[in-house]
Ligand binder design. Structure first.
Ligand SMILES: [Zn+2]
Length: 217
């Protein structure tokens, strides 16, 4: 006998995949402290964002130390009409990710020393390739260390709206690595949830650390 999901009682109890604005703000405050403690958002660098239940994007205010965030530092931006005052210029690179990837719930942008150095080292190649590392499997969809996992590298720009269009048009948001580098600047990565985005950030930072160390030898 076939079972209709509507009779199971479980489907209706599944919460919205996106948190409300208050929960998102709390999550971003916590992840801000977490990335700050690792030295991945020096000074007031970096931007952290989440998609909320209303469809609006919760994102960190410009110019705030990510280790000292309070919920009031998290602003809501309408994806279709992004005119919220106080947001960073880099908000466009976050919004482009949410537009390109409907399943994505969180985007993390950091400026670690490793991301900065490695993106400069491989800028001319336009990518850094990870191969043979078990931790490649920390990235969603990667099931073996044997494949080559490319992390794209884009030239940095102060014209972020144009850069966001360029990344979108060149498939940067579809990268299997679930991230890309801006040369001499930092890393963008994302995930279905804040937890998945954080896992991608940790895995990519680890893989970049390994390659940078190998380059030094
Ligand atoms: Zn940045």
């Amino acid at each position: 006998m076939s079972q209709s999901p509507s009779h199971s009682g479980k489907i209706a109890s599944i919460p919205s995949p996106w948190p409300d604005a208050e929960t998102a703000a709390q999550g971003l405050v916590e992840i801000g402290l977490w990335v700050s403690e690792r030295g991945w958002v020096p000074a007031t660098a970096g931007n952290l964002s989440m998609r909320t239940a209303s469809g609006a994007i919760a994102i960190t205010r410009s110019g705030v130390d990510k280790g000292e965030l309070v919920p009031a530092d998290i602003l809501l931006v309408d994806l279709d009409n992004p005119t919220t005052p106080g947001t960073s210029a880099e908000t466009d690179l976050h919004l482009a990710a949410y537009r390109a990837l409907p399943a994505v719930g969180a985007v993390l942008h950091t400026h670690s020393p490793t991301a900065t150095l490695l993106s400069r080292r491989f800028a001319a190649a336009g990518k850094v390739t990870f191969q043979g590392y078990e931790l490649q499997k920390g990235i969603a969809g990667v099931t073996t260390h044997e494949g080559a996992l490319d992390l794209p590298i884009y030239a940095n720009s102060q014209d972020i709206p144009a850069l966001a269009v360029h990344v979108t048009e060149t498939g940067g948001y579809q990268a299997a690595a679930h991230g890309f580098l801006l040369a001499g600047h930092g890393l963008y990565t994302w995930g279905k949830s804040l937890a998945e985005a954080r896992r991608h950030l940790v895995a990519l930072e680890f893989l970049m650390d390994c390659v940078l160390e190998e380059e030094r030898r």
